[in-house]
Each structure stands twice: as structure tokens, then as C-alpha cells.
Design a protein around this ligand. Structure first.
Ligand SMILES: Nc1ncnc2c1ncn2[C@@H]1O[C@H](COP(=O)(O)OP(=O)(O)OP(=O)(O)O)[C@@H](O)[C@H]1O
Ligand SMILES: [Mg+2]
Length: 380
């Protein structure tokens, strides 16, 4: 009966007598080791079962004589071909009714599969750890790239701002150079005529102002590289408007448009850079003339605000007016409705930039087909 039970077990089972010789083995043991049952019978158990440390035999004997059950994980079954098969061994004593040790039943379980599973698990864990590290490294590299992209964006924005500023300066230089050319034309036409001296007297101050403009714009271009404050001084706004009117008229910028100056009797002083204010007026009046086309009136009015704390300038025209859906775009850099050779779309953004730099505000009221009013104020 006991033999049948032993045979039915899948693990390798051997029964050993008190001398340590194998008396019984099942087919689990023969399959695992390659020895036949006959070969196994009588074999010293120490030939079949070994362990790395103290020698299984002594341990088996001592423990089992004490009536202990032996469990040992790291043992090996030595197969017929000499291969060591890792097994986990359980040993139980077989006692006579009088309490003497008759033998030991050893059950050895093949742990290769379990070990393989363990090894696989460990490999998987280390694979995961490696993947995690790679992920972490990738994240760090993406963060670095993001940081670089952010810096590049900042740089690009700065360049775009510089471009806009430089474009604005170029725009003003072109405006003013046209006035200079017109002045030179006038002198050339007057050469040899009776009114030469008179014309020269008229034109020289304009040319001087043009020179002043060019100097200031050169200064601004230099400031792009190394910003510094604008030079400011108290000036009478009435006087500036009068001078700009004369300059535009002389340059032929007004064409057939009538320019009306509604100036105050008292000087209206503001502390600003004169060239910058002239720039505002040239831009606004030029836009007004463009909007009129042929016949119409541009009025420039200078007055103090109701509370007397600010100076107010209004440029009104009887031109085309601005469509409501266009109105909120006109201050954007490069927004223009004019042909490419006529407009760059930098006039108004420059105007607003100057007004705001002095703590002023600019607003526009327009009616399509009726005309437009630009109004700005400056602190007195
Ligand atoms: N007084 C005005 N009446 C009608 N439309 C105007 C007036 N002023 C400006 N605009 C509109 O606003 C747009 C933008 O004006 P802005 O002065 O900025 O550029 P621009 O005159 O087109 O070109 P630039 O001044 O660079 O030569 C103009 O193209 C025009 O459509
Ligand atoms: Mg313009």
C-alpha cells in the first residue's frame, strides 16, 4: 500500500534505511535522475542527494534521529549523467513501534521551474527599472529641450520687437527724407529767380528740423542696442503744430487738402521730446490726407483739458472713415489697407507707443463716409 502511495506522487520520493541506503524509489525519482529503480536500490543516499554546505547526510541523520522533519531548499539530486538538479527536500523519519529509527522518507521537488520563474521575474524587474530610468532620462532631456525652446522663443520675440522698432525708425526716416527732397527741389526751382533768398529763408529752418529728425532717429537706432532715455524739454504744443503744418505743406504732403490749425492763444507747454511729438503729428495728418484723397479738410486742434491738467490734440478729417471691424486693428504693427508701396502699417503703432510713453492716451472716433477724429492727450 505505501509503495502505491509513493508511486502516485509526482515528486521524486526515496526511502532510505537507517544506514542511509536507498530501499525504495518511485518513478518520479527515476524520471528526474535517469537512474532505474534497480540502480537506485541500495545506492547510498549521499550519492544521489548532495548539498553545497555541510553535507546533507550528517544533517539528515542528526535531525531525523531527533525526530525532526527536515526541510532543505538548496539541495541537488545528482542524475545518472552527473547533472545536478536543484531540488527542495523534505525528509520525514519512519519509526518502529518501539521508537527506533527505521528509515527516512525523502521527497525531492524539482525547483528548476520555480527558479526559472524567479530569474524571469528578476530580469523583468531589472528591465522595468531600466525602462524607468530611460523614461526619467527622456523626461529630463525633454525638459531641457523645452527650456531651450522657451529661450529661443524669447529671443525670437525680442528680435521681432527690435524689427518692429527698426521698421518704425525706417518709416520715419523715409517720411522725413521726402520732406528734405521736396525742400531741395524748391531751392533748385528758385535758383536764378528773384525770390531765391526769400525761399531759402523759408526753407532753411525746415531743413534744419529735418536734420534734427534724422539725428534723433539715428539716436533711436543706436538706443536699440543700448537703450537710454529720450532727451526732453518743455515746448509749446501750438508752436510744434504750426511748424509741422508748414513742413508738410512745403513738402507737398497736403496735396489739395486744406489744413486748418485751431490753436490756442496762450502757449500750451508740455515736457516732451519735440521730434517725437512731430512724428505723431506727421503720421496722423498724413493718414488723414490719405483718407481724404482729393478734396477735404484736416483740422488740428490744440487745447487744454477741462480740468486743465492735460494738453489735448485732435486731428480731424473729412475722409473715408474707418469701418467698425477695422477700427480695432489699426494700431496693430503692419496693419494697413494701403498698397504695399504706400503703407507699411507702422504709423499708428509708433504714434501710440510715443503717446503712452509720456503717460498719455490716444483714442479714435470714426464714421464710415463722414470722417475720423484721432485724439490724444499728454500730461502738462
Ligand atoms: N484718418 C484715417 N482715416 C481712415 N483710415 C485711417 C486713418 N488713419 C489710419 N487709418 C487706417 O489705419 C491703417 C493703419 O494706419 P497706419 O498709419 O498705422 O499705417 P498706414 O498709414 O497704412 O501705413 P504707414 O503709416 O506705415 O505708411 C491705415 O492703412 C488705414 O486703413
Ligand atoms: Mg500712416
Amino acid at each position: 500500500m505505501i509503495e502505491l502511495v509513493i508511486e502516485a506522487m509526482v515528486d521524486a520520493v526515496v526511502v532510505v534505511d537507517a544506514e542511509g541506503r536507498i530501499t525504495l524509489a518511485n518513478s518520479g525519482a527515476t524520471q528526474l535522475t535517469g537512474w532505474s529503480i534497480d540502480e537506485l536500490k541500495g545506492m547510498p543516499v549521499s550519492t544521489l542527494l548532495v548539498d553545497d554546505s555541510s553535507g546533507l547526510r550528517t544533517v539528515v541523520r542528526r535531525r531525523i534521529e531527533d525526530g525532526d522533519i527536515l526541510r532543505r531548499e538548496e539541495s541537488y539530486l545528482v542524475s545518472k549523467s552527473g547533472k545536478r538538479i536543484p531540488v527542495s527536500v523534505t525528509g520525514s523519519p519512519v519509526m518502529t513501534p518501539t521508537g527506533e529509527l527505521q528509515g527516512i522518507v525523502l521527497v525531492a521537488r524539482d525547483v528548476r521551474e520555480v527558479r526559472q520563474l524567479l530569474t524571469d521575474k528578476e530580469a523583468e524587474i531589472s528591465r522595468r527599472r531600466k525602462a524607468e530610468e530611460e523614461l526619467r532620462a527622456a523626461k529630463a532631456s525633454i525638459e531641457t529641450q523645452l527650456e531651450q525652446a522657451r529661450e529661443q522663443l524669447l529671443l525670437a520675440e525680442r528680435r521681432a520687437t527690435l524689427g518692429t522698432l527698426a521698421g518704425g525708425v525706417g518709416h520715419e526716416l523715409r517720411n522725413i527724407a521726402q520732406i528734405q527732397i521736396a525742400a531741395i527741389d524748391e531751392i533748385q526751382q528758385a535758383l536764378g529767380g528773384p525770390s531765391l533768398l526769400e525761399r531759402i529763408h523759408e526753407i532753411l529752418p525746415e531743413l534744419e528740423r529735418v536734420g534734427e529728425h534724422i539725428t534723433q532717429h539715428g539716436q533711436r537706432l543706436m538706443q536699440l542696442a543700448k537703450p537710454g532715455p529720450d532727451r526732453v524739454a518743455p515746448i509749446d504744443l501750438n508752436e510744434v503744430v504750426r511748424d509741422v503744418g508748414g513742413m508738410l505743406k512745403m513738402a507737398g504732403k497736403l496735396r489739395r487738402v486744406e489744413l486748418v490749425l485751431a490753436l490756442g492763444n496762450e502757449p500750451l507747454m508740455v515736457t516732451v521730446n519735440r521730434t517725437r511729438i512731430e512724428q505723431i503729428l506727421v503720421n496722423l495728418v498724413t493718414n488723414a490726407v490719405d483718407a481724404i484723397g482729393v478734396d477735404g479738410t484736416v483740422t488740428v486742434e490744440v487745447r487744454a483739458s477741462d480740468d486743465g491738467k492735460r494738453a489735448v490734440v485732435e486731428v480731424r478729417d473729412t475722409g473715408s472713415g474707418i469701418a467698425p471691424d477695422t477700427l480695432d486693428k489699426i494700431f496693430e504693427p503692419f496693419f494697413t489697407t494701403k498698397p504695399a508701396d504706400r503703407g507699411t502699417g507702422l504709423g499708428l503703432p509708433v504714434v501710440r507707443e510715443i503717446v503712452e510713453s509720456y503717460g498719455g492716451k490716444i483714442e479714435v472716433v470714426s464714421e464710415l463716409g463722414a470722417g475720423t477724429t484721432f485724439r490724444f492727450d499728454l500730461p502738462r
